[in-house]
Ligand binder design. Structure first.
Ligand code: HSE
Length: 309
């Protein structure tokens, strides 16, 4: 028996909502988990890069693979171990670009393995295992449930989340540079202790952001898409980010530009139809720094992971 799951890309943080806000985007990975028939064949992991542009060589294909680790936690939670499994990952989501590629494969592997096992884990258990593997819930939650979410990974390992409708005319432009940035490196530059005034800054901006989405308030969203917890420290890892953010401040219809997750991709929230101008500013700023980019304007994906029959 085999099960395939299609999982959307995700963007986390949206500026001030570090480790708690995220939304799903319509780029997908498909993860297939198969029980191998021959005993003793062990674990086989295949990664197929559907874009032909990714560096998949460095991704482990043994027990150190995060999909395997997630599946192992699921099996362990019901007192079993995964002995014979074939895992195939078809990847479209750019790797290590801040678009939730690891969350997508973790979620896909978990949902597929859960179905193979007869669905012993409910959504709460799957969210909890996926967040434990990722270390934060802001990619795995929208990957599972879709849309715009506020998520909290609690000390007892549970995840509390709420999903809000994203305003239909607010577009997301993802700007993906031609280099990778590992999340652990992007997290290592953030100090462990931050000034109280910066914590207060983010508290009020993330609260305002949720209300801006809730009431489709563009002016409030413009105010809210600001952060002092992670982007000021990560800026040095993403050349051109400051220039792009500054240039877009003057563009009509732009509500804000933030790092997508841990970066290095940037995310522009906008409405209306001056998207070509926005793309031109970003690709030119990066090209001047010898950075090539891919830029897509997307709607938010309101659906989460889907089990393909
Ligand atoms: N909230 C996480 C971070 C997202 O910013 O490090 C990583 O994808």
């Amino acid at each position: 028996m085999k099960v395939s799951v299609k999982v959307p890309a995700t963007t986390a943080n949206l500026g001030p909502g570090f480790d708690c806000l995220g939304l799903a985007l319509p780029i997908y990975n498909t993860i297939t988990v198969e029980e191998t028939i021959m005993p003793g064949t062990g674990i086989e992991i295949n990664i197929i890069d559907e874009t032909n542009e990714q560096d998949i060589i460095s991704i482990p294909t043994d027990e150190n693979n995060i999909v395997y680790k997630a599946i192992e936690l699921l099996y362990n939670s019901i007192g079993q171990t995964p002995d014979e499994l074939k895992i195939t990952i078809n990847t479209h989501i750019p790797i290590a670009r801040g678009l939730g590629s690891s969350a997508a494969v973790v979620v896909g592997g978990l949902l597929a393995a859960n179905k193979l096992l007869g669905s012993p884990a409910d959504e709460a258990a799957l969210l909890s295992i996926a967040s434990e593997i990722e270390g934060h819930p802001d990619n795995v939650t929208p990957a599972i449930v879709g849309g715009f979410v506020i998520a909290s990974f609690e000390e007892d390992g549970s995840v509390i989340y709420r999903k809000l409708p994203w305003p239909k005319d607010w577009k997301i432009t993802v700007c993906i540079p031609d280099y990778e940035l590992a999340t652990d490196i992007a997290r290592s530059v953030i100090p462990k202790d931050i000034p109280l005034k910066d914590a207060i800054f983010n508290l009020k901006h993330s609260a305002m952001l949720v209300e801006a989405v809730n009431s489709q308030d563009k002016e409030l969203m413009k105010f809210a898409l600001n952060d002092k917890l992670h982007q000021p420290y990560r800026e040095k890892l993403v050349p051109g980010m400051k220039e792009i953010k500054d240039a877009l401040k003057h563009e009509e219809n732009v509500l804000g530009c933030v790092l997508s997750g841990a970066g290095p991709s940037l995310l522009v929230v906008s409405y209306g139809n001056n998207l070509n101008k926005i793309k031109e500013i970003i690709s030119k700023t990066w090209l001047d720094l010898n950075v090539k980019s891919q830029i897509y304007t997307l709607d938010v994906e309101e659906n989460g992971a889907v089990i393909l029959e």
